[in-house]
Design a protein around this ligand. Sequence first.
Ligand SMILES: NC(=O)c1ccc[n+]([C@@H]2O[C@H](COP(=O)([O-])OP(=O)(O)OC[C@H]3O[C@@H](n4cnc5c(N)ncnc54)[C@H](O)[C@@H]3O)[C@@H](O)[C@H]2O)c1
Length: 272
Amino acid sequence: MYNLLKGKKGIIFGALDPNSIAWKTAERVHEQGGEFVLTNAPIAMRMGTINELAKKTGSQIIPADATSIEDLENLVAKSMEILGGKIDFVLHSIGMSVNVRKGRHYTDQNYEWTQKGTDVSAMSFHKVMSVLYKKEAMNPWGSIVALSYMAAQRVFPDYNDMADNKAYLESIARSFGYFFGRDFKVRVNTISQSPTPTTAGTGVKGFDGFFAYADKMSPLGNATALECADYTISLFSDLTKKVTLQNLFHDGGFSNMGISNIVMDTFMEKDS
Ligand SMILES: NC(=O)c1ccc[n+]([C@@H]2O[C@H](COP(=O)([O-])OP(=O)(O)OC[C@H]3O[C@@H](n4cnc5c(N)ncnc54)[C@H](O)[C@@H]3O)[C@@H](O)[C@H]2O)c1
């Protein structure tokens, strides 16, 4: 297509199956000439179909639990070996809440599960960046992106403790992004994506409801996983070199809407 990422090397976390946002992003990066290492938690390797993606994109896979510093150190060192140098782009596309999975209500958390979810969904982003920072593994004008959701700012009752995890994730992007920008000229951003039918997305209670609601509220409709992949590659490219410390809404306009006509119509008294 445009070779937007020709010569760039990266690490992509979180491709589980073809619905995953990370999967679509890996395909798009490949189409744009970028090279990368794929990684996911060892358990996800057994459940998912990541080998298929690796074959298709000519990539190697290095398993890593994103909550383990040891795994992350191994991942970054091996990736630099495989790719033959420092890293230009990283996608953190990881989320999981045990409370959501097991149907535990927000007002009645199992705090061990809460901690696990926070570690996987938010602190892992800090850990990834900390390992990259200490190893001086990023090239100047590199780009690090994590995926977020608007429940970080507004209330979505069934998003449960993932809302708090996303608020933490977005804050880490700003805080670590400062040091990465100052010391290595690397940018760090989060993309706040529309509800998207993936394994993580559809695991949230009431997903169909808030997917359809967001779609009807947004002037452009919900953004798909593929569209998210396109937005992400623009952030990996040299066309966005001075965009950093941002939470970027990729949601068809949903985040700035009050009400749309189509939603309003469903509340109107007949003929009024
Ligand atoms: N689907 C949506 O509606 C939606 C909306 C906004 C943001 N997001 C975010 O997008 C990101 C990607 O999710 P997705 O929707 O593509 O779903 P997905 O289920 O395909 O991806 C989630 C990934 O996280 C990985 N993961 C879980 N625990 C891990 C660990 N310990 N170490 C490494 N990886 C681990 C899983 O294996 C999986 O590949 C997540 O951060 C999610 O919160 C999703």
